[in-house]
Design a protein. Structure first.
Length: 101
């Protein structure tokens, strides 16, 4: 199962950690994992292009994004990514969980 755990202070997003494997399909052909990977890599690339104070850790089976910025654009990106992940969760809740810490 993929777990996406985010932390927020009021309406300010602080962090997002995504880990695991959906096990929806064969390794390398799992559509849920591919979708989540695409969302997260797009998110990281967009944040990197902003040159804001964002910490990105890409581990073997986990991506961690920590926001040290007060930028509204960064907040909007977090909101968009969480909306996308929650949309996947609505249809495939047995394979992905999005939780607030």
């Amino acid at each position: 199962m993929i777990k996406a755990i985010y932390e927020a202070d009021g309406d300010q997003y602080i962090s997002l950690a995504v880990s695991g494997h959906a096990q929806y399909g064969e390794y390398g052909k799992d559509l849920i994992c591919a979708s989540v990977s695409s969302i997260m890599f797009g998110f990281m690339n967009a944040l990197d292009a902003l040159e804001e104070n964002i910490e990105i850790k890409q581990l073997t089976d986990k991506i961690i994004v920590v926001n040290h910025s007060s930028s509204q654009i960064v907040q909007n990106y977090f909101e968009l990514v969480l909306m996308q992940l929650k949309t996947i969760e609505e249809s495939y809740g047995d394979f992905i969980k999005v939780e607030r810490k």
